[in-house]
Design a protein around this ligand. Sequence first.
Ligand SMILES: NC(=O)c1ccc[n+]([C@@H]2O[C@H](COP(=O)([O-])OP(=O)(O)OC[C@H]3O[C@@H](n4cnc5c(N)ncnc54)[C@H](O)[C@@H]3O)[C@@H](O)[C@H]2O)c1
Length: 331
Amino acid sequence: MKVLITGGAGFIGSHLSEALLARGHEVTVLDNLSTGRLENIAALESHPKFHLVIGDILNEFLVDKLVERADWVFHLAAAVGVDLIVKDPLRSLMTNIKGSEIVLENVYRYHRKVLITSTSEIYGKNKNGPLKEEDDRILGSPLKSRWSYSTSKAVDEILAYVYWREKKVPTVIVRLFNTVGPRQTGHYGMVIPRFVEQALQGKDITVYGAGTQTRCFVYVKDVAEAMIRLMENQDAVGQVFNIGNGEEEISIKDLAERIIGMTASPSRIVYVPYDEAYEEGFEDMQRRVPDTSKAARYIGFKPTVNLDGILEMVISEFRKSLAPAQESVSL
Ligand SMILES: NC(=O)c1ccc[n+]([C@@H]2O[C@H](COP(=O)([O-])OP(=O)(O)OC[C@H]3O[C@@H](n4cnc5c(N)ncnc54)[C@H](O)[C@@H]3O)[C@@H](O)[C@H]2O)c1
């Protein structure tokens, strides 16, 4: 297959590129490097079946040409996470809504197959758990930019679903729950890399809110594998799937303590009110646990690495990247 990955220089996209190349597919990445990094794909650049195009999904001409040349499209490019959307709302919304519309329109024009990457943020404040694909979305006011990420991804899902229903474009939607592992950076608020970096530098670990909110973390390579298997599965077309690890739920406070223990760090935990961390009146989700039984039924999805295993990998990666800085401090 010739595969186009939008956002392929990002955290998940780079692991997906590797997994597709390992299966013998030809991979073209389209990325504007806004949050993606060349170092994520540095090891792939000499691969004969890997191509990188630096450009924007809002460039309709470019997307048209690249979709025409592809068989499959994995659409990952997005302004990712609540932090980014709160800080840069207009550009983020354009990327997530208009960008997806451009990708879908071209997939329709050339009769291609597409996988759309949505998020567990879709469920908003729904505290129930484990959450099933058809569960309700519970959101706050649209005037709070915090909810825009959720809404922009919901629009993407609706567009993808309608293109399937009305125009028979083969679309598959995945709702990713907190995906973690090597190459994720803490720069855009992602909790595990942020805590690990703080712990290894002996800085205060900043927990937003009371730290009682719970999350589940899934290993990025399990996510990449699930995305490919869903694209391979004809029955998955026109459907949405939760992908996450519902087996290990942990509060953010316990996560901070676990990271302090695993890194033997002298760091203290400091609680930062949401208003300070994000914006006034910020509301968080108290709980986010996936029900992944549908993905298990369709593709035999089962997470292969538990939280400790993921943390070990992330800590080891950060130890290596921080080592020169720490050595120079001690000189
Ligand atoms: N990481 C998670 O836990 C998680 C959870 C739910 C959903 N997702 C979704 O998975 C996808 C990948 O997320 P990620 O964690 O790898 O984040 P990431 O920021 O590492 O990846 C996004 C990539 O898209 C690129 N990009 C952004 N705007 C672009 C544009 N206009 N044109 C071209 N490229 C652009 C970025 O440079 C980056 O490489 C996103 O759609 C995100 O919403 C991620």
